[in-house]
Design a protein around this ligand. Structure first.
Ligand SMILES: [Ca+2]
Ligand SMILES: [Ca+2]
Length: 340
C-alpha cells in the first residue's frame, strides 16, 4: 500500500490515523493511490516474483554444481581408466616377454593366449586378451617383392570366400604403390581420389591401419568389416603363424582346400601345436598343393592387445599393437582408445 506524503501528514501516528480513516485532516493531505485489493495484488505478485527468482537461482546453482560434480567425476574416471589400461598393457608385455624366454614357438595353448576375465578393481573391472596378429594376412606384404605375389594369391582366395569383388585388390595395390598408373580393372590413383569431395590423395606407402581401407575406391563399410578379422597392417613383411591362423586364413593357403579337413587340422593342432612348418605342410590336406614354406611360421612377433575397463558409468577400450623382438624385447607400436 502506498501513501502520498504531504507536509502536513508527516508523523507515523497521523499516517496511521489517516490509513484507518480516524483523522479529518488527512483526506486532502494523504490518500492511498489505489484500492485496498489492488495494493494487495501488487504485493502478492512482488512476493511471487521474488520467490520465483530465488527458486530459479537455486535450481541453476544446483544444476551447475551437479554438472561440475559429473565433469570432475568423469575426469577422474578417465584418468583412473587410463591407469588401469596401462596396467593391462604392462601385463601383456610381461607375459609375452616371459613366453619368448620359455620357448620359441607360439600357439593358442600358451599363457599369453588366455583371456583375462573381468577382474574387480577399485570402482570397476578390467579385462583383456592378446591376439596373435600373425594369424592374419598382412596386407603390407603386398609391397614386398618376394612375399607380394603369394600374399596377392591368398587375398584373391579370401576375397572370393567372403564374396568381395577381387578387383579391389588392384585398388589396394594402387593405393600403396608409388606410381600414378592405375591398374586395370579396379585401379585408382590420385586422378580419381582428387576428384572426390573432399579430395584426397592415394597413400603411396604401406598401410598404417586397416581403417584406411575405407578410403579405397568402391570399398564399402560392409566389405571392410568382413575383411577386418582376417587382415593386419604390420610395419614389415611377416609370415602367417600356422598355429594361430583361423580356418578362413588357412583356407587361403591354396586353391580347393577342404573346409572339413582344415577344421580337423585345427582340432589336431589344439592338442599338438606345430613346431615345424614342414610338419604342417606334410599334412594330407595339402597333398599335391604347392605352398611355399617361407610365408609360414610357427612363431610370432606381432600381437594386438584388446583391453577394456569399466569404471562408474564409463567403459574405456584400448587396442595396443605390440612388437616382440626375437630376444623377447617388447615395444608398443600403436595405441587406439575409445570411450563409451
Ligand atoms: Ca610361445
Ligand atoms: Ca599404381
Amino acid at each position: 500500500m502506498m501513501w502520498v506524503r504531504t507536509n502536513s501528514c508527516l508523523t507515523k501516528q497521523r499516517q496511521s490515523a489517516c490509513r484507518y480513516g480516524f483523522s479529518r485532516t488527512c483526506t486532502a493531505e494523504a490518500v492511498p493511490t489505489g484500492t485496498h485489493s489492488t495494493q494487495q495484488g501488487v504485493a502478492l505478485i512482488t512476493v511471487l516474483l521474488v520467490v520465483t527468482l530465488a527458486t530459479t537461482a537455486a535450481v541453476a546453482m544446483s544444476s551447475r554444481q551437479h554438472i561440475d560434480i559429473r565433469r570432475t567425476e568423469n575426469t577422474l574416471y578417465i584418468s583412473q581408466a587410463a591407469q588401469y589400461l596401462s596396467g593391462v598393457e604392462f601385463w601383456a608385455q610381461q607375459i609375452l616377454a616371459k613366453d619368448r624366454k620359455d620357448n620359441k614357438t607360439d600357439d593358442e595353448s600358451e599363457e599369453w593366449a588366455t583371456r583375462l576375465p573381468p577382474l574387480p578393481v577399485e570402482g570397476g573391472y578390467v579385462s583383456g586378451y592378446i591376439e596373435d596378429f600373425q594369424g592374419r594376412i598382412n596386407l603390407n606384404n603386398l609391397q614386398d617383392k618376394t612375399a607380394g605375389k603369394e600374399t596377392q594369391a591368398r587375398l584373391k582366395r579370401l576375397f572370393a570366400r567372403l564374396e568381395i569383388n577381387e578387383e579391389l585388390i588392384n585398388t589396394l595395390l594402387d593405393w600403396m604403390d608409388a606410381d600414378q598408373e592405375a591398374r586395370f580393372p579396379g585401379g585408382a590413383e590420385d586422378g580419381y581420389y582428387l576428384g572426390l569431395q573432399p579430395p584426397y590423395r592415394a597413400a603411396n606407402r604401406i598401410l598404417q591401419s586397416s581403417s584406411e581401407l575405407m578410403l579405397l575406391k568402391d570399398m564399402t563399410p560392409t566389405q571392410s568389416a568382413k575383411l577386418e578379422p582376417y587382415i593386419s597392417t604390420l610395419p614389415q613383411t611377416t609370415a602367417i603363424n600356422i598355429n594361430t591362423a583361423s580356418a578362413t586364413v588357412l583356407m587361403t593357403l591354396a586353391d580347393d582346400l577342404s573346409d572339413t579337413e582344415i577344421q580337423a587340422l585345427i582340432e589336431k593342432r589344439k592338442d599338438k601345436p606345430y613346431t615345424k612348418v614342414e610338419d604342417f605342410l606334410a599334412e594330407k590336406v595339402f597333398a599335391g598343393k604347392t605352398i611355399p614354406a617361407e610365408g609360414l611360421s610357427v612363431s610370432s612377433n606381432y600381437f594386438m592387445l584388446h583391453a577394456e575397463t569399466g569404471i562408474g558409468s564409463l567403459t574405456q577400450y584400448r587396442s595396443s599393437l605390440l612388437e616382440r623382438s626375437d630376444k623377447g624385447k617388447i615395444k608398443t607400436l600403436m595405441r587406439s582408445e575409445g570411450v563409451i
